[in-house]
Write a protein that binds this ligand. Structure first.
Ligand code: SAH
Length: 346
């Protein structure tokens, strides 16, 4: 029988230290290896040049380093870059670098495919195959950081969990990845520059509040009327708006952090005054702002971006009621890299 080698990045720093102690070596060795794995992003034990040959062989015997590979990189005319990322088991996810004059944002995936069934999102057509491990999420960020330095001459400034998958359905690994991204052993990035976007899993929103997380929370709302929301996001049937509302109130009571609602306006779906009024009411529950996202068409044309008039109605009504509302332009559309377009097409 062959024993399967363990993925070394599944170990905490403590566990690595313990490993070396158990091998009769110094615990400090664990710190050195940890630094190679995370801060330096080593892909092989051979490259860990401050370790003896014997130590490297010892690691080789017990562990593997499962790292991602950027299989294909596409560059959009607006500077957006989309990576097709191959995982150690051959599955593929996508991540995106979005450059704007003020910031460079990485949009990363949290799952292979998605178990939700939002009707307007290309990823929902892909079966959810598995959750990404923390290191697979972390590696996407590193790959984009490298590309940002190479093509835009500065490091990554922000991260959004708006790629493939529902981050709150892979909560532990997402948190582990964010811990590494924000830790001194990793990228030392401020959690204020990280946004987790969710369709809204009330139980997990409450858990995040209890865990006192320090990153930003965005909710893909799209409608504040149950009937409409269930039609476009069937998952809303299980987690209706009143549960979402309650979890957001809980979040705010614990964290005092403002929430962002992401919202697309579609013709004939949520472009009426009643839709706007419902949103304005929902916005009164906790301090928040609204990002109106441009719709990125996916193949079949069932959904269409609402008229400019409808969008203006949203802006006017919300602004009149003192609600902050921004209109977000999409980037990377020509390479299917915009919100909701990630579907491993290539
Ligand atoms: N599951 C998470 C993260 C992935 S979706 C979530 O639901 O938030 C990231 C964002 O893209 C969400 O706000 C989602 O509603 C939006 N989105 C999905 N499909 C889209 C499309 N075709 N056009 C514009 N935005 C879309």
């Amino acid at each position: 029988m062959t024993t399967k080698k363990k993925d070394i990045r599944a170990l905490t720093k403590e566990q690595l230290r313990d490993f070396f102690v158990a091998q009769g070596d110094k615990a400090f060795r664990g710190n050195q290896v940890y630094e190679w794995l995370w801060s330096k992003g080593a892909h092989s034990f051979d490259g860990m040049t401050n370790l003896s040959k014997q130590t490297r062989e010892q690691l080789e015997t017990h562990f593997v380093i499962n790292h991602i590979r950027v299989d294909q990189m596409q560059r959009s005319s607006d500077g957006t870059i989309k990576n097709a990322v191959r995982l150690h088991d051959g599955l593929v996810v996508e991540s995106v670098l979005i450059p704007t004059p003020k910031r460079t944002t990485a949009c990363v995936s949290s799952q292979v495919g998605c178990s939700l069934d939002c009707k307007f999102c290309a990823t929902s057509r892909l079966k959810r195959m598995r959750n990404l491990n923390a290191d697979e999420i972390y590696d996407q960020v590193i790959a984009i950081d490298n590309e940002s330095r190479l093509y835009h001459n500065h490091p990554l400034s922000n991260i959004v969990f708006m790629g493939m998958g529902e981050p709150l359905m892979n909560y532990n690994n997402v948190i582990k990845a964010i811990d590494m991204i924000t830790s001194k052993d990793g990228l030392a990035m401020s959690p204020k520059r990280i946004t987790v976007s969710t369709s809204g899993v009330p139980k997990m929103i409450k858990k995040m509040a209890d865990d006192q997380v320090r990153f930003n929370l965005a909710i893909s709302l799209h409608s504040a009327i149950d009937e409409v929301r269930t039609h476009i996001m069937p998952f809303n049937k299980t987690f209706p708006l009143k549960d979402l509302k309650e979890s957001l109130e809980y979040w705010y009571s614990k964290t005092e952090r403002m929430i962002t609602y992401e919202y697309v306006v579609w013709e004939g779906i949520n472009d009426q005054q009643k839709d706007i009024d419902a949103l304005a009411k929902f916005c009164s529950y906790v301090p928040c702002k609204v990002n109106l996202i441009e719709y990125n068409p996916i193949d079949d044309g069932e959904f269409q971006q609402a008229s400019t008039q409808a969008i203006d109605n949203y802006i006017n009504t919300l602004e009149k009621r003192g609600i902050v509302i921004n209109v977000r332009r999409s980037r990377g559309k020509d390479i299917d890299a915009a919100c909701g377009q990630l579907a491993n097409k290539s």
